[in-house]
Ligand binder design. Structure first.
Ligand code: NDP
Length: 241
């Protein structure tokens, strides 16, 4: 069946909750062996209860050395989804160093760290691979109280292009998925702050988790074998403005 991922080994970061959890479950349904990385043990335990053959990894991505050590242990990976992310809504002028560090550690530096380990293995094995980075529509536009978050996602978009350039000769594709607002643990209760997004969305709704998952699976699968360096908006047309 087209879009199947049988025989592949996949790592999903931030797989405990929200979008990452649903990505991990769908990739497992598509036949891949999954490594689900997150940092709250209860989330990982409940994921394992739902999908018993999933491999769970409790790692705090803010810890550079420990992350590198744990990711190095899992061996070859064909498919990587850098999904883990954190947000904050603070005015530019008042965003403290601790928040800037936290967002850059998880949203940017962890993508470097995990991808370096995995891509090195992919190159050594010589069978290529696919990497998807979860970015955001806010990577390209300005929103009030979002300078830290938006700037990390801008960095992810350009890191995606640079990775695609350097890893393409090894048959490793790198793309990002850039969703509009999705109601998850990260965003619930914030709907009232983004009503202007909804007003400007031609499709007239926010994204659902499954809309994002569908785009990720497409970019992981051979269905997208000539697509690399792309940032795929999942935003109901909002980005046309
Ligand atoms: P959630 O907060 O629901 O889930 C994020 C997951 O990442 C959690 O499992 C969380 O674990 C994990 N995580 C966070 N920090 C770390 C860390 N230091 N180490 C290990 N795991 C960590 O977020 P979403 O599902 O909404 O977001 C997923 C991605 O999608 C993010 O990159 C986000 O920026 C992006 N995105 C989300 C949008 C939205 O509207 N929801 C829109 C556009 C992009 P724990 O809970 O244990 O900290």
């Amino acid at each position: 069946m087209e879009g199947r991922l049988d025989g592949k080994r996949a790592l999903v970061t931030g797989a405990g909750k929200g979008i990452g959890r649903e990505i991990a479950k769908r990739i497992a349904e598509c036949g891949a062996e999954i490594f689900a990385l997150s940092r709250t043990q209860e989330d990982l335990d409940s994921l394992k209860a739902e999908v018993p053959n999933i491999n769970i990894m409790n790692v705090d991505l803010q810890d550079w050395d420990k992350t590198r050590e744990e990711v190095s242990k899992i061996g070859h990976i064909d498919l990587l989804v850098n999904n883990a992310g954190v947000g904050c809504r603070l005015p530019f002028i008042d965003t403290p160093k601790e928040e800037i560090d936290r967002l850059y550690d998880v949203n940017v530096k962890a993508v470097f760290n995990v991808s370096q380990v995995i891509a090195k293995r992919m190159i050594e094995k010589g069978e290529g691979g696919s990497i998807v980075n979860i970015s955001s529509i806010w990577s390209r536009t300005a929103h009030p109280d979002a300078s830290a978050y938006s700037s990390t996602k801008g960095a992810v978009d350009n890191m995606t292009r640079c990775m695609a350039l350097e890893l393409g000769p090894h048959n490793i594709r790198v793309n990002s998925v850039n969703p509009t607002f999705v109601i998850t643990n990260m965003t619930k209760g914030q709907e009232h702050t983004v009503t202007s997004l909804l007003e400007r969305t031609p499709m007239g709704r926010f994204a659902e988790t499954k809309d994002v998952v569908n785009a990720v699976v497409f970019l992981l699968s051979d269905q997208s074998c000539m697509i690399s360096g792309e940032s795929l908006r999942v935003d109901g047309g909002l980005g046309v403005y």
